[in-house]
Design a protein around this ligand. Structure first.
Ligand code: IPD
Length: 292
């Protein structure tokens, strides 16, 4: 029920605050030692593990029958189940975190039937707590002042007629070769290329280093659009419901697919909604991806 979801959300908010404390204390140990996973841009710190262990212990203690899927404990081949499942990215933006760039967040969600129903994204360095529950709206609480704002912030910014007027986030992930890498670099280039040369000539491109926060920034109206090819469920799950509840849309980056799922490796194009032509902008994005 709505009340049950609110109780779960309160728990996730509480856990996110505690995770945030671990991140803030760790930051004082500049630079945070990081080990590489697949390569030098794919990092893990002891704090990713520490935060994820804390999250797992607390949600399992409160809801022993629910599933748990976390970035650091994920085993390849694990499938998302229909039953209620907690999704955890202990530190989204680990590279930023390890360098002291204050754009990183703890990202927690609950899925039901493989769809996000609760999202909590907390950047402790800015004190920004983003929350959403399915059909109950999205909110931003500034922990520094204790003020809560409903998203999207009012007035909702004017409609964007095309990618030309959008500030677009594109993230790089950690692959540096192969088809997925080619796609990312091509999209990046075409977003910035002049119209006459076949590009979108968007306002500009940002790579902030945290997919979870990119979703929240689109929900908030800081960014107009976020595109990334090849993200994982923990990168997007919480941000997805926050964006949708703020009136945004999430589309698969597979051209023509308006109903993306959380399963497997994902491709996304995201666009702020409450703007007449949001679908047109996604179609434009699909257009610059070319045939893939
Ligand atoms: C990564 C960040 C990054 C995105 C990657 C993610 P992590 O998450 O969100 O911006 O490009 O695809 O994996 O590894 O720092 O939790």
């Amino acid at each position: 029920t709505e009340r049950d979801l609110k109780i779960v959300q309160d728990l996730l908010v509480d856990i996110a605050k505690d995770g945030g404390k671990i991140m803030i204390e760790a930051e004082h140990e500049f630079l945070v030692a990081a080990a590489t996973k697949n390569n030098t841009s794919d990092l893990v710190t002891q704090y990713d593990k520490q935060v994820e262990d804390m999250v797992e212990q607390r949600v399992r203690a409160a809801y022993p029958s629910f599933g748990f899927l976390g970035e650091e404990s994920f085993k390849h081949g694990t499938k998302l189940a229909n039953s209620p499942t907690f999704i955890c990215d202990p530190i989204d933006g680990t590279l930023n975190f390890s360098k002291g760039v204050p754009n990183c967040a703890i990202s927690l969600a609950l899925t039901l039937n493989k769809k996000p129903v609760i999202g909590v994204v907390f950047n402790p360095f800015r004190g920004d707590m983003y929350t959403a529950i399915k059909n109950q709206g999205a909110f931003l609480t500034k922990m520094t002042t204790g003020t809560t704002y409903k998203l999207p912030l009012q007035p909702v910014p004017a409609p964007m007629p095309s990618l030309r007027s959008c500030l677009v986030a594109v993230e790089w992930g950690n692959q540096r070769k192969g088809p997925n890498w080619e796609l990312r670099t091509d999209v990046h280039k075409r977003l910035l290329t002049d119209k006459e040369e076949g590009g979108a000539f968007c306002k500009s491109v940002r790579s902030n280093g945290s997919a979870a926060l990119d979703f929240c920034y689109v929900a908030q109206g800081i960014l107009d659009c976020f595109w990334e090819g090849g993200v994982w469920v923990w990168d997007v799950c919480a941000g997805w419901i926050i964006l949708e509840e703020a009136g945004g849309i999430v589309a698969s980056a597979n051209p023509g697919d308006w109903e993306p799922t959380l399963e497997g490796r994902l491709y996304f194009a995201v666009r702020h909604a409450k703007r007449e032509n949001q679908k047109a902008v996604v179609e434009e994005l699909w257009g610059i991806m070319g045939d893939r």
